[in-house]
Design a protein around this ligand. Sequence first.
Ligand code: PLV
Length: 309
Amino acid sequence: MILHNNSPLLDSMTLSEIAGHPIWLKMDALQPTGSFKIRGVGLMCQRAFERGEKHFVCSSGGNAGHAVAFAGRKLGAKVTVVVPETTPEFMRQKIAAQGATVRVEGSVWDEADQVARALAAEAGCCYAPPFDHPDLWEGHSTLVDELVAANYKPGSIVVAVGGGGLFCGVVEGLQRVGWTDVPVFAMETEGAASFAASKSAGELVTIPGITSVAKSLGARRVCKQALEWSKVHPVTALQVSDRQAVDACLNFCDQHRILVEPACGAALAAVYEKAFEPIGESTLVVVCGGAAVTRSQLELWDKTVERAQ
Ligand code: PLV
């Protein structure tokens, strides 16, 4: 059973005009649970279920847990999702509405993760991590297969990086199909820049805390594979401010009529802020989406997130 959809590939006239360069969008915001996560989570959960693991225990900022809850409901498995206090109440309710048990533990994802690992030690359980697992990367890499099927090879790809699962999937896909010359722009917000910290140090670095509103990018340390890929694949780590990420969400909502989280806004801001040098004939932005956003929450960020002086 394949749990994700092939997502639309759009030629964005509005964003192309802003960038002065053709911009294409891979619309993973339109996946069943509102983010790309179900690609990898679907594959990981399916394999776990086939191994006889009938209880998935996941730690998540929100979207991975939402995807695991969805996968559990489709497969007929029990699901427990451990989220930190920063995951909004409406997001906890969305996860619970899929039939999962939601537990709130700790102030950041890392703390919730400790609890999830301990719970998953029980027999018959599957620990379902949000970004650090080869099945997740393999599942996320289907995004690149869809580009190949559409006969569309971008000049470069822009992706948001939290713990690095999406990034690993995209690079794995590019390497597998032989597109080793397609560089990746890895986007983070300034208060969640754990990939940039590790990449520039050349080793895994744990950043002290997450100060960004883009809580879905809030992994204090990226997975080791993300660092490994950054040594073999052309990758540039870039950061935008929270303000730029929120502005990107607002503009994207007006122009493409789709609500996304600041985590995804970080990738879109690469275009709005002209944060990268266009390479080749066009650039693909992975619109990773995110369900932890409402119109009123976006309006609140608009009012509260500091503007540049
Ligand atoms: N979110 C993870 C980690 O949170 C989660 O538990 O849902 N865009 C969106 C909308 C996301 O939800 C995430 C990850 C990312 C981007 C970054 O993906 P990653 O972690 O694979 O780099 C703390």
